[in-house]
Design a protein around this ligand. Structure first.
Ligand code: ATP
Ligand code: MG
Length: 399
């Protein structure tokens, strides 16, 4: 077993010693069987949340109403969730009520896909009620139980299916695909934030075309915010994308480029997808740089305004779309060679200008902006005396 499981074993041992069952479940079990690295270790147990809490000194109620308690152990947190069933689903998302149960099988039965419904014991035994091991071997994503019913219960599962296809290079079972075809519209009932997470994970996956195939063929894309008009562009992407994007900013920059969005449209798209303001700002800058890079008008000032990380992203997008004319390393070398990388790096400040007799006010700020641009463009050396002279000349000419 991977060291993450070995480290977590005392937690399971403690729960078992108190007379309950406990297993590793979810993504970490699936990824271990696929020889992939694992991130968080999730534990499922027959103990009720209060029972779990009574067994450990340090716990946090991270989702106690759903049965989840985080156990803190030597700086690591382990999410421990009581076996549960779900019922209701009146609104095609989140169950109306969860019921804690003592049976592992009932818990695994509520999980989305067979490959996610495996449990692992500390001795290495796998519990597999739905032939998840068979599906892992066949590289197949298959709903637990009747896909029609499962997508009707929780429409987010359709997005999860396509993102696992893209992350794992798996096919989606035919009945499960049919379920997506029939229930795509229910995606509109799901909180955009949750769709957002799965959509981005799909394009970060190593085999994005794999997920995009089903996303397009089933029509699922139409039920995502603002995507409906971009069928052709998505199909173009599906044939062009040969690997996953490196981060979320790159994902949205790619879409803005392929959809040929104006800056206003980029803003609207990202707002509709409930994106953080920082992401919106970064994508705007990266899209601008993408256009400069792909039309070969990239200059020192554009590189400076874009910054190191977004230059790399803009050129990554250009590369994915087959329109890169520069090597990323060359662009970054040009950027690194700039005399300054922020206004603060000027050898002169507003204070210095005032000390030299320039009056405070708007023209002081304008002078600093002028110096910044001249230094970035290499017209001036970033040296105090040179900058002071240039600032005075600039203000005299303006006056
Ligand atoms: P990742 O590696 O991305 O974390 P994961 O499979 O662990 O993948 P999570 O979202 O962390 O995905 O969920 C943990 C487990 O909870 C899943 O493996 C699955 O068993 C179950 N699960 C999560 N979301 C759903 C859902 N919408 N419906 C049913 N079961 C779900
Ligand atoms: Mg997980």
């Amino acid at each position: 077993l991977p060291e993450e499981f070995i480290k977590a074993q005392p937690i399971i041992d403690t729960i078992e010693a108190a007379g309950y069952e406990a297993y590793y479940v979810g993504g970490s079990v699936r990824d271990t069987l696929l020889n992939l690295p694992i991130h968080d270790v999730d534990i499922a147990t027959s103990a009720y949340p209060e029972e779990v809490k009574s067994l450990f000194k340090r716990t946090v109620d991270t989702g106690i109403e759903h049965g989840t308690v985080m156990i803190l152990d030597h700086g690591t947190g382990y999410e421990t969730t009581t076996f549960r069933t779900e019922s209701g689903y009146q609104d095609y998302r989140r169950p109306d009520s969860v019921k804690f149960v003592r049976s592992l099988k009932e818990d695994l039965n509520r999980r989305d896909f067979t490959i996610n419904a495996l449990a692992l014991k500390t001795d290495g035994t796998i519990i597999d009620y739905f032939d998840g091991l068979g599906d892992l071997k066949k590289h197949r994503i298959r709903a637990v139980g009747d896909p029609e019913k499962r997508f009707n219960e929780d429409a987010l599962r359709m997005m999860r299916a396509v993102r696992f296809a893209s992350q794992l290079n798996f096919d989606i079972d035919a009945d499960t695909v049919a379920g997506i075809e029939h229930h795509g519209r229910l995606l509109t009932k799901i909180a955009v934030e949750r769709i957002h997470v799965e959509f981005v994970k799909m394009l970060l996956g190593n085999w994005p075309a794999k997920g995009l195939d089903v996303f397009m063929n089933t029509g699922l894309y139409q039920y995502c915010p603002d995507f409906e008009p971009y069928k052709d562009q998505f199909n173009q992407l599906r044939s062009q994308l040969t690997r996953g994007m490196s981060n979320e900013t790159a994902v949205w920059t790619l879409l803005a480029a392929v959809f040929e969005l104006s800056s206003k449209q980029v803003n609207q798209l990202l707002k509709d997808w409930k994106s953080a303001n920082q992401l919106i700002d970064d994508v705007q800058v990266a899209v601008k740089a993408f256009h400069a890079i792909t039309t070969q008008t990239v200059d020192a000032w554009t590189l400076y305004q874009t910054g190191h990380d977004l230059i790399a992203i803009a050129n990554e997008v250009a590369g994915q779309l087959g329109s890169a004319t520069y090597q990323t390393a060359d662009l970054l070398a040009q950027y690194d060679a700039l005399q300054i990388h922020s206004k603060k790096a000027l050898t002169i400040t507003g204070q210095d200008l005032m000390a030299a007799g320039i009056k405070p006010g708007p023209q002081l700020g304008q002078a600093l902006n002028y110096l910044e641009r001249q230094v970035v463009e290499g017209q001036l050396n970033n040296q105090e005396a040179d900058l002071l002279t240039a600032a005075i000349n600039y203000l005299n000419e303006k006056a």
